[in-house]
Design a protein around this ligand. Structure first.
Ligand code: NAD
Ligand code: LMR
Length: 329
C-alpha cells in the first residue's frame, strides 16, 4: 500500500494537485483532507481509472484528520491562506503558522514515519514549525521533511528559455536559498544547456524568478496566488520522492528546502551559509528521503552577493518559525 494524503485538498492548489496525484500510478490510496468539500472532490476523482482509491475526510468528521494521515507514506500540505496583491508571504504567517502547527501535531501523533512536503507559505518559516513540532514529539527524522521549492525551478526553466531560445523542458537552473523574494537565488551561471547571458539579462532574469509569484498574484487580482503551476510543481516533487522511496529509483536530484543537519553532507553547505539550519539546495533523494545535500560551489560574484542578501532574511524567518512553536509549549 502506498497511501498519499493531501491536507488542504479542496483548495486552489489542493484540487489540481490531488488530480495529478490520482494520475500517479505508484499511489494506491489517496486521502483528501480539508475543512470543506473533500467528499465531493474525492467522489469525482475516484471515477478516474487509475489504481488509487480516493477517500475524502473533513475536519468535522470524527477523528477526520487522524484517519486521513494514519498509514500515509507521503503527506503534502497546501493548507492555508494565499496572498492578495500588496502582501508578502510573511504576512501569511499569522494564520498559516497555526494551521501548519496543528496539522504537524497530528502527523507527529498518527503518521510519524511519513515523508512530509510543505507547500503552505511562508515556507521559510513553516518548515521549521513542522520540524519543531516533530522534535517535541520525539519523531523528527530530518531526511523526511521538505519545503517544496520546485515552482522556483519550474519558473526558472521557463523564463530563461524565453531568453536563451532553448526548449524550456530541457533547461535546468539550480535555484537555492529559500522561497520568498531575495531568498530565492537562481544560479544562472550553472544553467544547462550552457548559455552566456549578459549582465543585464542576468539581473532581469534573477528579479523575475525571485518575484515570479508576484506576477501571478497581481494577475489574479485578489483571487489568490499560483495554484495550477504549483500543483504541477508539487506533483513533480511528490513523484520524485515516491520514485526514490517506493520504486527504488537511484540518483534523483530535485531542489528542496531542508534541514541541513539531515545528512553529513549538509554540514558543508551549513558552513557556507553562516550556520543556517535550513536552506534550499539540490537534494539527492534516496530510500530514506534526503540522501545528499549538494554544496554551493563556484558561485559568480553576483550570486555571492545574492547569497549575502538572502542569509539574514532566511535567519529571521527560521527564527520566527522556531519561536512560534517554543512560545506555545
Ligand atoms: P486556497 O485558499 O485556495 O486553499 C487552501 C485550502 O486550505 C482551503 O481549501 C482551506 O479550506 C484549507 N484549509 C485551511 N485551513 C485548513 C486546516 N486547518 N486543515 C485543512 N485544510 C485547511 O489556497 P491555495 O491557493 O491552495 O494556497 C495554499 C497555500 O499554498 C498558501 O499558503 C499559498 O501561499 C501556498 N503556496 C505555496 C507555493 C510554494 O511554492 N510553496 C506556491 C503557491 C502557493
Ligand atoms: C508562489 O511562488 O507562487 C507562491 O509562493 C505563492 C505566492 O504567494 O507567491
Amino acid at each position: 500500500m502506498v497511501k498519499v494524503t493531501v491536507l488542504g485538498a479542496s483548495g486552489g492548489i489542493g484540487q489540481p494537485l490531488s488530480l495529478l496525484l490520482k494520475l500517479n500510478t505508484t499511489v494506491t490510496n489517496l486521502a483528501l483532507y480539508d475543512l470543506v468539500n473533500t467528499p465531493g472532490v474525492a467522489a469525482d476523482l475516484d471515477h478516474i481509472n487509475t489504481p488509487a482509491k480516493v477517500k475524502g475526510y473533513l475536519q468535522k468528521d470524527n477523528n477526520g484528520l487522524e484517519h486521513a494521515v494514519t498509514g500515509s507514506h507521503l503527506i503534502v500540505i497546501p493548507a492555508g491562506i494565499p496572498r492578495k496583491p500588496g502582501m508578502t508571504r510573511d504576512d501569511l504567517f499569522k494564520i498559516n503558522a497555526g494551521i501548519v502547527r496543528s496539522l504537524a501535531t497530528a502527523i507527529a501523533q498518527f503518521a510519524p514515519q511519513a515523508f512530509i512536503l510543505v507547500i503552505s507559505n511562508p515556507v521559510n518559516s513553516t518548515v521549521p514549525i513542522v520540524a519543531e513540532v516533530l522534535k517535541r514529539h520525539g519523531v523528527f527524522d530530518p531526511r523526511r521533511l521538505f519545503g517544496v521549492t520546485t515552482l522556483d525551478v519550474v519558473r526558472a526553466s521557463t523564463f530563461t528559455a524565453e531568453i536563451s531560445g532553448a526548449v524550456s523542458k530541457d533547461v535546468t537552473v539550480p535555484v537555492v536559498g529559500g522561497h520568498s523574494g531575495v531568498t530565492i537565488i537562481p544560479l544562472l551561471s550553472k544553467i544547462t544547456p550552457k548559455h552566456e547571458f549578459t549582465h543585464e539579462q542576468v539581473a532581469a532574469l534573477t528579479k523575475r524568478i525571485q518575484f515570479g509569484g508576484d506576477e501571478v498574484v497581481k494577475a489574479k487580482d485578489g483571487a489568490g496566488s499560483a495554484t495550477l503551476s504549483m500543483a504541477h510543481a508539487g506533483a513533480r516533487f511528490a513523484k520524485a520522492v515516491l520514485d526514490a522511496t517506493v520504486n527504488g529509483v537511484a540518483g534523483i536530484v530535485e531542489p528542496a528546502y531542508v534541514y541541513l543537519g539531515a545528512v553529513d553532507s549538509g554540514n558543508q553547505l551549513k558552513a557556507t551559509v553562516d550556520g543556517l539550519d535550513y536552506f534550499s539546495s539540490n537534494i539527492e533523494l534516496g530510500f530514506y528521503g534526503v540522501r545528499n545535500i549538494q554544496p554551493l560551489e563556484d558561485l559568480s560574484t553576483y550570486e555571492q552577493d545574492l547569497l549575502r542578501a538572502a542569509i539574514p532574511e532566511l535567519k529571521k524567518s527560521i527564527d520566527k518559525g522556531v519561536a512560534f512553536v517554543e512560545e506555545a509549549s
